[in-house]
Write a protein that binds this ligand. Sequence first.
Ligand code: NDP
Length: 347
Amino acid sequence: NKQIVLKNYVNGFPKETDMILNDSSTINNKLPQGSNDSVLVKNLYLSCDPYMRIRMHETEGAAFGTFTPGSVVRLNIRKPLVGYGVAKVIDSSHPEFKKDDLVWGETEWEEYSIIKSPMTLFKIEHTYVPLSYYTGILGMPGMTAYFGFYEICAPKKGEYVFVSAAAGAVGQLVGQFAKLSGCYVVGSAGSKEKIELLKNKYGFDEAFNYKEEHDLNAALKRHFPKGIDIYFENVGGKMLEAVLSNMRLNGRISACGMVSQYNLEQGDGVRNLFLFVTKRLRMQGFIVGDHYHLYPKYMEMIIPLIKQGKVCYIEDVVEGLESAPAALVGLYSGKNVGKQVVVVARE
Ligand code: NDP
């Protein structure tokens, strides 16, 4: 059973060498005797997600704080990474899962996993779409875009929406949901290729490469001469500061993530928080895992949109478990174009 294990805890930017490929004991195709409420799965696709870096940190650290149930579960050294994936059930002692079921949810970075008392494991019902979609548009990132945009931002037709990390797994969907809601939407991303995709594939009204802008404030002013009503926050730091200066009165910010902060020991401070007061802004954070009861509602919305070709979805797929560390590390330099997926096995 090949695994990707954490070699050491990580400070600063993660490196491929912080993880190693390990060949652990062989796995039988049966669960061990006496295992209750467990499933043995063959992992097919693994999802690379920015939050995984937070779990590689030895201590919670200044950037992450305390009292954050569900969001920061530390990984163990020499144990496989834990993350989302798509898998096939090989054996089950859990009443809700049976052999040959296809599932998505929390698994481990290895060929086969035993998932005990699965809390976050969903049966896959629609199999006419690529199974890998359950690491993205039909899985956790899709739910994140849905909850973070519709529930937190309560968009109205004609509003001005800004999305950062817009060409990623979550951002590409948020931009399209904003267009479907009749909003004007601008996205930022870190390469020319991504800017082209935002404008020509996902249908953003405008997009800019934040790496080429000396003054983010000026870039936002150029794109939003009347200001921003809704900001879907994926990056934090300097971008957040620039956005606050450009928010309109009563604007809403969905605090989905702050990827620019995950590798810093001290977050780089936002200096204009008083604007929350004067502009009567509201910013709300959320952890998608708290809201999975809405998953069926999301599926009712997204499946017809996929069938009718009304949403476009792009993945960045790499082959083989051994490619997973580089793929994960690539998220923090923007190497991924679309949702980063690792193929472990194709059924
Ligand atoms: P992406 O597919 O967007 O990948 C991460 C992207 O972030 C990179 O491609 C890169 O794109 C951008 N990025 C990396 N470093 C920086 C930086 N220093 N400054 C600006 N941009 C940077 O990831 P996801 O769509 O999966 O996740 C997007 C956000 O949503 C993350 O913050 C994540 O933590 C958060 N999230 C939150 C959840 C929740 O429950 N609240 C659940 C899931 C995700 P670029 O080329 O544009 O730089």
